[in-house]
Design a protein. Structure first.
Lengths: 326, 732
C-alpha cells in the first residue's frame, strides 16, 4: 500500500510540473507585459521598458525558452519570480492561498457532508416527499452556474439587509475595513463575512454530492448484507447507517476528487463577486495586468490543490475499502 | 383468530412449557402494494405452521411460491410497503406489528436467519470477526469488546473455520463461499436462538460444501437446541434433514405432514408431480420424468379456485369454483356442497391450525388416497423412444468429438505498464475424452474444476494451447476460417441462463432464424423451418412474434434449444441447461432433450453440476477435479461402483429424495474447499481433501504426494480412474 501511494505521489509531482509549465508557457506566449508599461502615463521610453522587462524576465525579445529556463530555475529554488509591479510573487502565494483554502475547505466539508447526508436520506425515502424535494432542489442548483448563484445570493442578501434596516448579511471583503478588536471579535467578524461566499460554494457542491450519494445508496439499500445486519438484531436505521452508508461512501470518495476541480474554479467567481482577495481573484486581476508570473503561480497552486485532493481520496479509498488494500 | 388462540396468548408466561410452540404462524398473508397503478402482488395468502423446540420444519416450493417472503415477514425484514396480516407468535407472544426497535431485540436473539447467498450476505468493508462480534454485542450491551471478540473466535472455531484467531481479522472477500456461509451460520448461532430460519442455505454452494453446511446446521441444532425452519426447493435436502414439511404453491400451503407421509403418500397432485419430476440419482432406470405442464400462475392475477387447477391433470370443474382449504385427507367438502356454497355466495375460509396430521388442499385428496394413485397414475408420461444408434456397439459408432490432452492455462500477471507473469491458473490441464454418435457425455464437477473452460475451448474451434480437438474426425487446429464457419453448423450450444442468453430486443422468430440467415439458408424456407422448430421444442407458432421477456424460464430455454437445432447440428453442447429452472419445469426440458436425441440422433456434451440430472440423461460421465478428469466411464458403472475417492465423495454428498434411504445413509464429508487452480497440490491433486489418503500408510501417502496418477481402466470395461489406490465401491 505504501509503495502504491509513493508511486501515486510521484505521478502527481510530474503532473503538477507539467500543468504549471504549460500555464507559464501559455501565459508568457500570449500575455503582453510590454503593453502594461506602454500605456503608463507618461509613456516611458523603449529602453526603460526593455530594462524593466529584462529585470522582471518578461521581455518578449528574449526567446521564450530562455525565459522559461530562467523562470524554472527560480521556481526550483522556491522563487516564482516577480509581479509586474516588481514585488515578489512567492510570499503573496501563501497569503492568497490562505484565503482561498479557508473558503474552499469549509465549503467542501460543509457541502459534501450536507450532500451525502441529504442524498443518503433521500435514497432511504425514495419517491417520498423528502426525496422529491431534494431531487428538485439539487437539479435546480445544478442547472445554474456558480456566478448566477453568487449574484442572486447577493441580491437576496441586499434585500434582506434593506428590509431589516441593518447589515445582517455582509458580502463585501474578508473582514470589515479598519476593523479594531481583539482576536475573538476579529474571528467573529471574519466568520460573519465568510457566511455568504461559503454558502454559495457549498450549495453547488451539495447538489452534485446529493445526487451521487443518492444513487450509490440506492444500490446498497436492498443489498443482502443490510438484511444480514438486520437479522443480527440491528434496527433498520442502524443497519442502514453502519452497513449501507459505510459501503455506499466508498465511490463517493473518488467522486470528491473530480468535484474539487470544480470547486477551485467556482471559487474564482465567488471570490471576485464577494470581494475576497484570494487566489482566484488574484489570477483574474493578473490576466488583466498581463502578469505572467502570477498566472503561472496561481495555476501551480490550483494544480497542487487538485492533486492533493486526489491523493487524499486515494488514502481515504484505501482506508474505507479493504478490498483495495493488497 | 379463534377463541382458542386468545386463550393461548393469555396463558403464555415468560418461560413457556414444552407445549407452546417456539414459533407459531397463523393465517399469515403478505401483499406488496403495487405503485403507479400496478396490481398488488399477493405473495403469501394464508400460511399457518408451528415449530417446537428441536424440531425441523421444511418449507418446500418453487420460486415465487412465497416460502421466503413468509419467513422474512416473521423476522420483520420486509420493506414498509408490504402489508402483512395474520399472526406470528414467538413463545406465544405476538410479534407481528411490533415496531422495528422491538423486533430488533428479538432478531438474532430469539429468532435468527441464515440466507441463501453467502457471497453478498456479509458487509464487504468490515472484518468477518467484527461482524460476528457485532451480533454478540448488539444483544449484550454490557459485554466488553474483548468478551465479544472471544465469543466470536469461539464461534468461528465451532463452525469449523481453521485458525479462527487469525481469520477473525479477514475480510469477507478473503473467504470462499462455503466459509462465508459458515460465518453466516455462526452469526445465526451467536446468541443461542430458539428458532433458526434457513432460507435456501445451500443452494448457492457446491455439493461437497453443501454436505459440510448441512452437517454444520445439524451441529447448530444440537448445540443450541433450536427449532429450525428449513426453506428450500431441493427435495433431497428436505428428505434427510426435516421432520415435518409444508409444501407451498402460489403463496399458499397445499400440503403439510411428516416427511414420510408426504414422500410416500402425497395426496396433492402438485406435490406428487414435484416428487415425480426430480431426477433420481439412486434409481437405475427411472424412465421419463413427470412433467407438470404450464407454469405457476402470476401472483398478481390468480386463477379462480385452486391455483394449481390449470396445471392439474385431474382437475374437475369444481376445482375452479373455490380455493380448497388445507384439510385432513378426505376431509374436503363434497362437490355438491361446493356448488351449493358457490351459488349461495359463501366461502369456507376456515383457518385450520397446525394440528400435526397430514393435511392437503385438494378436493380429490380422499379419492387419491382411496385409489393410492401415484404421480405415474395421474400424469401423462411422455414416451421416449430408444436412441437408434444405441443398438450398435459404441466402438463401431462414428466419432463426433475427440479431445486429446487439451490444455488451457491462464497467465496471472502483475503490474500496470510492465506486465510480468507471476503465476499460472491451470484451468484445464490435459484432458481426454470422446463422444460417439447418439451418445451423451456429461462433464461434471464443482465450480472451478474447469468444465466450462473446456466447453469454451471446444466451441472456440481454435488451435488449443496444448493437445487437440477433433470434431467429426477433423482436427480444428488444421482448419481454415471458412471450414470453421461451415463446421459450426454441426455443433451448437445451449447456454445456462435462459434469461440473459437471448437478445431481449429480438422477437423469437428472428432469434431462431438468425443462424439460418447467417448460414445462407434459403430465405423462402426459413419461415417454415422456424415454425417447424417451434413445434419441435413444444412451443406454438403464434409465439414467433413475441419477445423473450414474455416467456417463462422453461419456455426461454426451449427457444434456446430451437435456435441451437436450427441448422440440424449433429453435436449439441449443453452448458448447465436446466440448472436455472425450477424442478417441475426442468423435468419438461430434460424430457425434451431426451426425446430430441432419440428423434434426431443427436450427440450431447452435457456440462452440469447436478449429478442427479446427469444420471438421468447421460450415457457416459467424466468427473473433473482441478482441471483433470479423475474418473470417466459409463454412467451406470460410475454411479453404482465409483472407484475414485472424489467421485465417491461427490455421489455420497448428494441427498436423495427418499427419507428412509436418506436417513440410513452416511455421507462422506470432505474437508475444506477446492484448492486454488493456480497452485494445485503436488502429485494427486485431490490428496489434500481425500478421505482415503488419511487411511493410507506413509509409503503409500508418499506415492500420492509425489506421483500424479494417470487414468487407468478399473473394471476392464469403459470405466477409468486416476487414483493409485482405486477401489470400486457403492456409496448410494
Amino acid at each position: 500500500m505504501g509503495k502504491f501511494l509513493v508511486r501515486r505521489l510521484l505521478n502527481y509531482v510530474v503532473l503538477i510540473f507539467l500543468a504549471t509549465s504549460f500555464a507559464y508557457l501559455l501565459a508568457a506566449a500570449n500575455l503582453y507585459p510590454r503593453g502594461y508599461f506602454e500605456q503608463m502615463q507618461p509613456p516611458p521610453t523603449d529602453e526603460v521598458i526593455n530594462t524593466q522587462l529584462d529585470t522582471l524576465n518578461l521581455n518578449d525579445q528574449t526567446p521564450l525558452a530562455q525565459r522559461y529556463v530562467t523562470w524554472l530555475s527560480g521556481v526550483a529554488q522556491g522563487d516564482f519570480g516577480q509581479t509586474i509591479q516588481g514585488g515578489d510573487v512567492t510570499p503573496q502565494i501563501w497569503l492568497k492561498a490562505g484565503v482561498t483554502l479557508r473558503l474552499i475547505t469549509v465549503a467542501t466539508l460543509l457541502g459534501s457532508a450536507l450532500g451525502i447526508a441529504i442524498g443518503a436520506y433521500a435514497a432511504v425515502r425514495q419517491y417520498r416527499m423528502f426525496d422529491k424535494a431534494a431531487t428538485v432542489a439539487s437539479f435546480f442548483v445544478l442547472a445554474i452556474p456558480t456566478v448566477v448563484i453568487a449574484l442572486s445570493v447577493q441580491v437576496f442578501a441586499t434585500g434582506i439587509n434593506e428590509a431589516l434596516g441593518f447589515q445582517f448579511f455582509l458580502f463585501s471583503g474578508e473582514y470589515s475595513a479598519g476593523f479594531q478588536g481583539n482576536g475573538w471579535e476579529l474571528l467573529l467578524n471574519r466568520i460573519h463575512h465568510a457566511i455568504l461566499p461559503t454558502f454559495v460554494l457549498a450549495v453547488a457542491l451539495f447538489a452534485a454530492f446529493a445526487r451521487y450519494q443518492r444513487n450509490m445508496m440506492l444500490d446498497v439499500l436492498g443489498a443482502d448484507f443490510v438484511r444480514t445486519a438486520m437479522a443480527k438484531g440491528l434496527t433498520r436505521r442502524k443497519a442502514l447507517f453502519k452497513h449501507a452508508l459505510r459501503t455506499a461512501l466508498i465511490p463517493t470518495i473518488t467522486y470528491f476528487t473530480f468535484t474539487f476541480g470544480v470547486m477551485v474554479s467556482g471559487a474564482t467567481f465567488t471570490e471576485k463577486i464577494f470581494g475576497w482577495h484570494g487566489m482566484g481573484a488574484w489570477l483574474i486581476d493578473a490576466i488583466f495586468q498581463q502578469d505572467v508570473h502570477i498566472v503561472a503561480a496561481a495555476s501551480c497552486f490550483m494544480a497542487v490543490t487538485i492533486m492533493l485532493a486526489s491523493f487524499l481520496s486515494d488514502i481515504l479509498y484505501a482506508w474505507l475499502d479493504p478490498r483495495v488494500r493488497v | 383468530m379463534s377463541a382458542q388462540t386468545i386463550e393461548n396468548t393469555e396463558a403464555t408466561s415468560e418461560r413457556p412449557g414444552d407445549e407452546t410452540p417456539v414459533l407459531e404462524v397463523r393465517d399469515l398473508t403478505v401483499t406488496f402494494r403495487g405503485f403507479n397503478g400496478n396490481p398488488d402482488v399477493n405473495a403469501v395468502r394464508g400460511v399457518s405452521y408451528s415449530v417446537r423446540r428441536g424440531e425441523v420444519l421444511g418449507i418446500v416450493g418453487e420460486s415465487g411460491s412465497g416460502k421466503s417472503v413468509s419467513s422474512m415477514a416473521a423476522m420483520g425484514l420486509l420493506p414498509d410497503h408490504a402489508v402483512i396480516t395474520g399472526s406470528v407468535k414467538l413463545h406465544g407472544e405476538e410479534i407481528l406489528g411490533l415496531d422495528d426497535r422491538e423486533m430488533a431485540t428479538r432478531r438474532g436473539k430469539v429468532i435468527s436467519m441464515v440466507f441463501q447467498d453467502p457471497l453478498s450476505g456479509l458487509t464487504p468493508v468490515y472484518t468477518v470477526g467484527d461482524q460476528l462480534a457485532e451480533a454478540v454485542l448488539v444483544h449484550n450491551p454490557k459485554a466488553t469488546k474483548e468478551e465479544a471478540r472471544e465469543r466470536a473466535v469461539r464461534l468461528l472455531d465451532l463452525v469449523g473455520i481453521p485458525n479462527p484467531e487469525g481469520r477473525y481479522r479477514s475480510f469477507p472477500h478473503e473467504f470462499s463461499g462455503g466459509m462465508r456461509q459458515r460465518v453466516m451460520i455462526a452469526m445465526a448461532m451467536a446468541n443461542d436462538p430458539d428458532v433458526i430460519i434457513c432460507d435456501e442455505p445451500t443452494t448457492a454452494l457446491d455439493v461437497t460444501i453443501q454436505a459440510q453446511i448441512l452437517d454444520l446446521l445439524r451441529t447448530a441444532r444440537e448445540e443450541t437446541g433450536a427449532a429450525i425452519v428449513m426453506i428450500t426447493h431441493d427435495l433431497g435436502v428436505v428428505a434427510g434433514f426435516v421432520d415435518r414439511m409444508l409444501v407451498m404453491y402460489a403463496g399458499r400451503p397445499v400440503e403439510m405432514g411428516t416427511v414420510d407421509e408426504i414422500y410416500y403418500g402425497s395426496r396433492m397432485p402438485y406435490t406428487m408431480g414435484l416428487l415425480g419430476a426430480v431426477p433420481r440419482m439412486d434409481l437405475e432406470r427411472q424412465g421419463a420424468l413427470v412433467p407438470i405442464k404450464g407454469t405457476p400462475p402470476s401472483l398478481t392475477a390468480l386463477p379462480p379456485g385452486c391455483p394449481f387447477a390449470p396445471r392439474c391433470p385431474i382437475a374437475e370443474p369444481e376445482c375452479s369454483l373455490a380455493e380448497p382449504d388445507l384439510l385432513p385427507v378426505g376431509g374436503q367438502p363434497s362437490k355438491a356442497q361446493i356448488r351449493a356454497a358457490q351459488e349461495a355466495g359463501t366461502s369456507g375460509g376456515a383457518v385450520a391450525a397446525d394440528t400435526g396430521v397430514q393435511r392437503v388442499a385438494c378436493l380429490r385428496s380422499g379419492e387419491i388416497a382411496e385409489n393410492a394413485w401415484t404421480a405415474q397414475d395421474i400424469y401423462p408420461i411422455p414416451e421416449i423412444p430408444e436412441v437408434p444408434a444405441a443398438k450398435v456397439r459404441r466402438e463401431d459408432r462414428a466419432e463426433m468429438l475427440r479431445v486429446e490432452s487439451l490444455i488451457k492455462h491462464h497467465p496471472l500477471t502483475k503490474g500496470a505498464v510492465f506486465k510480468r507473469r507471476v503465476g499460472t491458473v491451470y484451468a484445464v490441464d490435459g484432458i481426454d475424452f470422446d463422444i460417439r454418435e447418439g451418445e451423451t457425455l456429461a462433464l461434471v464437477g464443482e465450480s472451478g474444476c474447469g468444465k466450462s473452460t473446456t466447453l469454451m475451448e471446444i466451441m472456440g474451434l481454435e488451435k488449443p494451447q496444448g493437445g487437440s480437438v477433433s470434431v467429426m474426425g477433423r482436427e480444428t487446429s488444421k482448419m481454415s476460417g471458412s471450414d470453421r464457419f461451415a463446421l459450426r453448423r454441426d455443433m451448437q450450444i445451449v447456454f445456462q441462463d435462459p434469461m440473459s442468453s437471448l437478445d431481449p430486443r429480438m422477437p423469437v422468430f428472428d432469434i431462431i432464424a438468425e443462424p439460418l440467415r447467417t448460414h445462407r439458408y434459403p430465405e423462402a424456407d426459413t419461415t417454415a423451418r422456424v415454425y417447424e422448430l417451434l413445434e419441435l421444442v413444444g412451443l406454438n407458432v403464434e409465439h414467433a412474434t413475441r419477445y423473450p421477456s414474455e416467456f417463462s424460464g422453461g419456455q426461454r430455454q426451449r427457444i434456446g434449444i430451437a435456435r441451437a437445432l436450427a441448422l440440424e447440428p449433429k453435436l449439441l453442447v449443453l452448458d448447465e441447461p436446466v440448472s436455472a429452472l425450477d424442478v417441475s419445469i426442468q423435468a419438461g426440458v430434460v424430457n425434451l432433450l431426451e426425446e430430441l436425441q432419440a428423434r434426431l440422433g443427436l450427440s450431447y456434451l452435457f456440462v452440469a453440476h447436478d449429478l442427479s440430472v446427469v444420471r438421468h440423461i447421460a450415457d457416459r460421465v467424466a468427473v473433473m477435479y482441478l482441471g483433470r478428469i479423475v474418473e470417466i466411464g459409463d454412467t451406470d458403472s460410475v454411479y453404482t461402483r465409483p472407484a475414485h475417492p472424489y467421485t465417491q465423495a461427490l455421489l455420497s454428498a448428494i441427498p436423495i429424495p427418499d427419507p428412509e434411504k436418506e436417513r440410513a445413509r452416511t455421507h462422506i464429508v470432505l474437508d475444506g474447499d477446492l484448492p486454488s487452480p493456480a497452485n494445485p497440490p503436488s502429485g494427486c491433486r485431490f490428496r489434500t481433501r481425500c478421505q482415503k489418503f488419511v487411511t493410507l500408510s506413509a509409503p503409500e501417502q508418499e506415492r500420492c504426494t509425489s506421483v500424479e496418477p494417470a487414468l487407468e481402466a478399473t473394471n476392464g470395461g469403459d470405466q477409468a480412474t486416476a487414483c493409485h489406490f482405486a477401489e470400486r465401491q457403492s456409496v448410494l
